[in-house]
Write a protein that binds this ligand. Structure first.
Ligand SMILES: *[C@@H]1O[C@H](CO)[C@@H](O)[C@H](O)[C@H]1NC(C)=O
Ligand SMILES: *[C@@H]1O[C@H](CO)[C@@H](O)[C@H](O)[C@H]1NC(C)=O
Ligand SMILES: CC(=O)N[C@H]1CO[C@H](CO)[C@@H](O)[C@@H]1O
Length: 576
């Protein structure tokens, strides 16, 4: 096949041009360890399970994996409530298991990136326990407040109207310390106080500790929440204004107020730049490859760009772009896609990379959000746009949401809701065990139970079956991952346009390299398109890959003046 040849040539070029850092051509995978692979038969995924499957990731073509939190945790928020930032969670294994994972990953050639959850700890953290008890070192590790006395009732109440991301007041009374503490997520996740230099130092030490274990970087969680308004300047924590949003009538919901004092405070960016300095320093001292920061922030576009750096200081190499999660949905039109992609491409500084995130453990699955019929289309889009692609485990198989009943629901925001409303809030449906093969429990575990139910479609939808099938979501995905290594995808221009509500097309080409054209039809009706009107193509082009239900198979030669774009299908063509 044509592009295989080009890949071979490219590796030669890369050998000479050693200035490129590994992460620049990285292809990123998110592992949700609890659901990836259970090696010890307790129904819960673990580190040895991940180690066992690293070769599988390598075979698909991934170069780096970020692991959702693996640290010691009471698991109220499934690891996002960390009790000890320096220890592995016992259900997931031991430090020795982690070290073996890193060693194996090095052998295989997969970089391991850890989730860094700096905003809060678990309420079971020793730091918090000491803070409650007024230990001088830890007293101000968290945000404590006396609250205020209600003038009418004479009762003590929280200092203000701040609401937790997971519903209800963000303040919780502590009987021992007789003060309220702030928690922007569950009440078992007290917010750390970043205005205390000791906390800033402690968290830098956490970063250094895991760098020394050999991780390639961090994906940093929930950044907008790091800082709250500066109490020294305001001498009280003001109420946040109401959002007056008709879609959010419930005063207990996070969206009921606008988070002008609890999110996106200016100090946040400086903190990211400081963390970047820590990883850069580490490299200076210990050598090795560049370590990276990926940042998670659902925030404004302007803020996103600041995470890259401010022109003087560097920030995150990959500030996650959640446009496809937040602003594109099943009803979006071709023009919406094109607008979002262009907005990002046009605003980015010239020396940074774009990135695209289509799914994660906090959102419903791609195939369920966009429809199963669009699974390949979305993967083709993700893998052929400029910059980095981040794939949540299972999206490469087209795994779908699994219905979880109210009784089986374990996710805190859903549990804090009620049987009528929990499903929209629940993140469980996208967190079910990975479907490895058709054996019982999808090959995820030898146990007869799992922490979340296994999807009942696993016999027909699993990795092994897709690897064996000549045509499958996974085969298409593998073709795409290899294709991305080509110069035109790695460094080529993007020319994109919408043709109508359903169809958008783009080309990727680096000067002197092949011209690729991607045609995506979001709608259900076939369309015939004269591609020669838009791109300098000859009379025919070759199909590199196309969605499963496409009339074209890999290697087909098609007529460019009357290309048939099937409904829900995306096709990658190369000029001949
Ligand atoms: C920021 O990154 C660029 C590109 O890697 C590098 O040339 C520059 O020296 C860095 N700046 C600082 C302040 O580290
Ligand atoms: C997405 O929209 C299509 C119509 O364009 C509809 O058939 C399908 O059911 C929708 N899927 C989801 C997951 O909403
Ligand atoms: C995408 C992501 O990692 N979201 C996390 C943000 O932080 C909260 C609290 O730590 C988690 O519950 C989410 O899963």
């Amino acid at each position: 096949m044509r592009f295989v040849t080009v890949v071979a040539i490219l590796s030669v070029v890369l050998g000479i041009c050693s200035a490129t850092e590994w992460w620049e051509s990285g292809n990123y995978y998110q592992i949700y360890p609890r659901s990836f692979r259970d090696s010890n038969g307790d129904g819960i995924g673990d580190l040895n399970g991940v180690t066992e499957k690293l070769q599988y990731l390598k075979d698909i073509g991934f170069t780096a994996a970020w692991l959702s939190p693996i640290f010691k945790s009471p698991m109220v928020d499934f690891g996002y409530d960390i009790a000890d930032f320096y220890q592995v969670h016992p259900e997931y294994g031991t430090m020795e298991d982690f070290e073996r994972l890193i060693a194996r990953a090095k052998e295989v050639g997969i970089r391991i990136i850890l989730d860094f959850v700096p905003n809060h700890s678990s309420d079971e953290s020793e730091w918090f326990v000491k803070s409650i008890n007024g230990d001088p070192k830890y007293k101000d590790y968290y945000i404590w407040h006396d609250g205020k006395i209600n003038e009418e009732t004479g009762e003590r109440e929280p200092p203000n109207n701040w609401i937790s991301e997971f519903r209800f007041s963000a303040w919780e009374w502590n009987e021992v310390r007789e003060q309220y503490y702030l928690h922007q997520f569950t009440k078992q996740q007290p917010d750390l106080n970043y205005r205390n230099p000791a906390v800033v130092n402690e968290m830098k030490n956490v970063i250094r500790f895991w760098l020394a274990k050999g991780v390639a970087g961090f994906r940093i969680d929930a950044i907008p929440y790091l800082f709250e308004i500066d109490l020294d300047r305001y001498n009280q924590y003001p109420d946040e204004p109401l959002s007056n949003d008709n879609n959010c009538p419930d005063p207990d919901d996070h969206c009921y107020t606008k988070h002008i004092y609890t999110q996106d405070q200016p100090e946040t960016f400086d903190m990211i730049y400081q963390w970047r300095e820590v990883v850069d320093e580490f490299r200076k001292e210990h050598g090795g490859e560049q370590r990276i920061l990926m940042t998670e922030a659902y925030t404004s576009f302007e803020n996103m760009l600041k995470f890259y750096g401010d022109g003087v200081r560097n920030g995150s190499q990959i500030p996650f772009n959640f446009d496809f999660l937040s602003n594109i949905n099943n009803a979006s039109k071709a023009t919406d896609y094109v607008e979002h992609i262009e907005k990002w491409m046009n605003a980015m500084p010239s020396d940074v990379y774009a990135n695209w995130v289509l799914g994660n453990h906090d959102n419903k699955r791609v195939a369920s959000r966009f429809g199963v019929q669009r699974t390949d289309l979305i993967n083709i889009l993700l893998q052929t746009l400029p910059g980095h692609a981040v794939t949540y485990n299972g999206e490469e198989l087209g795994m779908t949401d699994v219905f979880i009943s109210w009784e089986d629901t374990v996710d805190p925001p859903a549990c804090n809701s009620d049987p009528e409303h929990y499903y929209d809030r629940s993140r469980d449906p996208a967190r079910t065990p990975y479907q490895w093969d058709a054996s019982p429990m999808a090959g995820f575990t030898s146990a007869d139970h799992t922490w979340l139910p296994v999807s009942d479609d696993y016999k027909t939808n699993n990795a092994l079956q897709q690897l064996r099938a000549p045509q499958s979501h996974l085969q298409i995905f593998k073709t795409l991952v290899r294709l991305r290594q080509e110069p035109s995808f790695r460094a080529g221009d993007l020319k994109i346009q919408a043709l109508d509500d359903d169809v958008f097309i783009y080309s990727r080409q680096k000067e002197g390299s092949d011209l690729y054209v991607v045609v995506l039809n979001l709608g259900g009706t076939d369309k015939s398109i004269d591609l020669t009107k838009y791109f300098s193509l000859g009379a025919t082009a070759e199909v590199i890959t196309s969605s499963l239900q496409s009339q074209h198979i890999n290697g087909d030669i098609v007529k460019t003046s009357a290309f048939v774009a099937n409904g829900y299908v995306a096709t990658v063509l190369v000029a001949m």
